[in-house]
Design a protein around this ligand. Structure first.
Ligand code: PMP
Length: 752
């Protein structure tokens, strides 16, 4: 580490006008027609105008700024000019002798370096005059400067300066200079938190030479309120990149009543050029607080040291105090969340939960919400979901996020592909082909054709069209409380969602194989065969329409989550196929490894369905679904009929689906599902709530789900009577999550 006398501890230069003119003349061959002093904390700055209309910035530096530091600044400016010539930074002008600066004796006998730069247009603008666009521009320029300095190296960059916010803890001895007691305590708590949470992770952050002071004093704005100049490279140092943004946010928003809200714009501008890494984004609020604490502390200290310069030293400080107060009032964790969100550049604004609920009810009146007190979610990670206050919920009811919420592999696959290409499947592309091949490799060989669509409903709807075309029949068989989709055709196949009295004439139902409560019980010999035999009655009931297809969700997820022995599906498929009906296995809910033993839940029975529908978990939240079918069946759809869906099989959706399949395999999620699943009630997927007379207790189930939600656990209820607790977590669910779930469930059941 290069040690240098700290310029802040040394008196700023105080050359008279005549002396300055003489240096300009002798050192740079410039005759000033006018010389206007400009503000400077530790340097002396002048605006120089010449008779020929040229304008320069003349800077007499503090003697503490030694040769290596000045050489670094000159080299950095040259580097920036080369990398991003459009960045509005000064160009250093050589001395008459071709050097970067001249050294001049000062009135106090010390030697002062003097430099001449091009003059940048624009002016220092108060925070309160800045529009959101101006702040955005500031953020953007800050990021561009960071990028321009990315490849810059200089041995002198390794020096210490008080304004380097990473050195906040070293200011502790200066705290007694803060005269106001409560203020001192506030700053102290920023320091304590910084030491505990920030300092330990700083060494792991992206670091480089940074500007170090992107404050409003050093950024000029033009009349259009866009940044027209960045000045003062005197605080440049090697430090985490994100510190430049921390300083910018801290300083630019000084004195604004809306400081925290306004930060969105400056952060947004920054990340539009340089996205932040998660760790950096998470530390931003602490870095802003560090900047403010630095300002309050250093100002208090300097006020004592240089009472003559106190007016300058104090310019920003009341704003810093106000901003610190605003952070304290909101709570630094809440500010940190807000800043972290701003780093994500979401195209919508956060809204308070109650206001959001009202707005939603107005514009989305038929869009259902879980729970009497709906859960407002802002992010997910693994098995956890988080609300705006960062309260976390254990997600036990989400087969969509099969590999865990926000799985980085899937996120990356989607973003990378979206950046590259997002078009439809009428162009030749690898992703859809590879996805179809990957799906096929997991299926019986007869299922040799794949169609990629957007939702489970669409997959089942397409299956229905194919079944009708291939069989020339028009009737369907489904289980009594099945759900297969939302479209007109699949709604007809979904008794769970039929209105009272609704019963489409072309659909016949069979009882689901419920060995606990249904017509036939597990204790009886041949109970599964008896259930399967209902298919014959149903087919007969279809009459002249004929039996085109039976849809079976092998886990009967809407019928109460049943896991009949494999013999049931074998017998059901045999009977259906004997009657000429096609078998559609609906894996939309139960597939993608959830059974723990097979990728697809029908596989345990060894049947060969005619079609298999995939959906929900397929893209881990990205909409993608598919239908696998025997290609022979497709021949019934006339050639001239194009089977195409605009978004179906687009490269982004396929990238998501391929990433999900890869993660299930690579992370051994099927084995995990088997292990944790069996731990969680020895493979039991559902808990049925009954009253003492063995009657279903739907109201009780609802109460339990509400009580679980209150305690931070999300689950739901299902089944014909709505009395079955449905537990369907992401497959990354671990034993400790199962333990937590069981403990809370015990507690809730005991108290309800
Ligand atoms: N089939 C089953 C078994 C389902 O659970 C669902 C969705 N709950 C669907 C089909 C319909 O899928 P989507 O909502 O994606 O249209």
């Amino acid at each position: 580490m290069v040690q240098r006398p700290d310029p802040l501890e040394s008196t700023p230069p105080a050359f008279g006008e005549q002396a300055a003119r003489q240096i300009l003349r002798e050192g740079f061959g410039v005759e000033a027609s006018s010389l206007k002093p400009l503000a400077g904390e530790r340097d002396q700055n002048f605006r120089v105008d010449t008779a020929t209309g040229q304008r320069f910035l003349f800077k007499i530096s503090n003697p503490a700024d030694e040769g290596p530091i000045l050489a670094m600044q000159a080299a950095a400016l040259r580097h920036i000019e080369q990398v991003d010539p459009g960045l509005p930074v000064m160009r250093a002008l050589p001395t008459a002798a071709g050097e970067s600066w001249v050294e001049v004796p000062g009135p106090d006998g010390r030697t002062y370096p003097a430099r001449l730069f091009t003059f940048l247009p624009g002016q220092v603008t108060p925070s309160t005059a800045l529009t959101a666009e101006a702040m955005w521009s500031h953020g953007q320029i800050t990021a561009r400067l960071g990028r321009a300095l990315r490849g810059f190296f200089h041995p002198a960059a390794d020096y210490e300066i008080l304004w380097d916010i990473t050195r906040l803890p070293s200011l502790r001895p200066l705290l007694p200079h803060i005269p106001d007691g409560p203020r001192r305590v506030q700053v102290e708590s920023v320091l304590d938190r910084f030491e505990a949470r920030v300092a330990p992770v700083l060494p792991g952050l992206r670091a480089q030479v940074i500007h170090g002071d992107m404050s409003l004093d050093n950024v000029l704005f033009g009349d259009d309120l866009r940044v027209s100049g960045i000045v003062d490279f005197g605080d440049m140092t090697h430090a985490p990149l994100v510190c430049d943004l921390g300083v910018a946010v801290g300083d630019v928003l000084h004195g604004r009543d809306d400081a925290i809200e306004a930060a969105d714009a400056i952060i947004g501008g920054y990340v539009s050029v340089t996205p932040l890494e998660d760790e950096e984004a998470g530390l931003l609020a602490d870095l802003v607080a560090a900047r403010l604490a630095t300002e309050v502390t250093v100002t208090a200290w300097r006020r004592g040291l240089y009472p003559d310069n106190a007016a300058y030293a104090a310019t920003g400080e009341p704003g810093a105090r106000a901003f610190l107060d605003a952070i304290e009032a909101m709570g630094i964790d809440a500010v940190a969340r807000r800043f972290r969100e701003a780093c994500r550049r979401l195209p919508y604004r956060r809204s308070a939960t109650s206001a959001l609920l009202e707005r939603r009810r107005r514009v989305l009146p038929r869009s259902p919400l879980f729970y009497s007190d709906p859960v407002h979610l802002v992010r997910g990670e693994g098995v956890w979901l988080f609300d705006p206050d960062d309260r976390r919920y254990l997600d036990c009811y989400n087969n969509v996020a099969v590999v865990g919420h926000s799985h980085p592999r899937v996120v990356q696959a989607v973003t990378q592909q979206q950046q590259l290409l997002a078009t439809h499947s009428r162009y030749l592309h690898e992703a859809i082909v590879e996805l179809a091949e990957r799906l096929q490799s997991t299926l019986p060989p007869e299922l040799d054709a794949v169609m990629v669509v957007n939702s489970g409903s669409e997959a089942n709807d397409l299956a229905w069209r194919i079944a009708r075309a291939a069989t020339g029949r028009a009737g369907a068989v489904v289980t009594a409380c099945a759900y297969h989709g939302l479209t007109e055709a699949t709604h007809a196949l979904s008794p769970e969602e039929w209105a009272h009295g609704e019963r489409p004439a072309h659909v016949a139902t069979i009882p689901a194989p419920d060995g606990y409560r249904g017509l036939y019980r597990r204790e009886e010999d041949g109970w599964v065969e008896r259930y399967a035999a209902h298919i014959d009655d149903a087919a007969r009931a279809l009459g002249d329409r004929g039996f085109a297809a039976i849809y079976l969700d092998p886990a009967f997820t809407a019928d109460g989550i049943l896991s009949p022995p494999p013999a049931y599906l074998r017998e059901a498929a045999r009977r259906a196929q004997t009657l000429g009906g096609l078998v559609v296995a609906d894996e939309v809910q139960a597939g993608h490894g959830r059974s723990g033993s097979h990728m697809w839940s029908f596989q345990a029975s060894g049947i060969a369905p005619d079609m298999v529908a995939f959906g929900k978990p397929m893209g881990n939240g990205f909409p993608v679904a598919a239908l696998a079918v025997r290609s022979q069946l497709l021949e019934a759809v006339p050639e001239e009929v194009e089977l195409f869906s605009t978004f179906g099989g687009n490269p982004v959706a396929c990238a998501a689906a391929l990433a999900v399949l890869a993660v299930i395999e690579e992370e051994g999620l099927m084995a995990n599902a088997a292990e944790v699943g069996s731990y969680l009630r020895h493979g039991l997927l559902s808990v049925e709530l009954i009253d003492e007379a063995r009657g279903p207790a739907a109201g009780h189930a609802r109460k339990v789900t509400e009580a679980m939600r209150e305690r931070g656990i999300l689950l739901s209820a299902t089944g014909p009577a709505g009395n079955v607790l449905k537990i369907r977590p992401p497959l990354v669910f671990q034993r400790q999550h199962a333990d937590l779930f069981l403990d809370v469930l015990d507690e809730v059941l005991a108290s309800s």
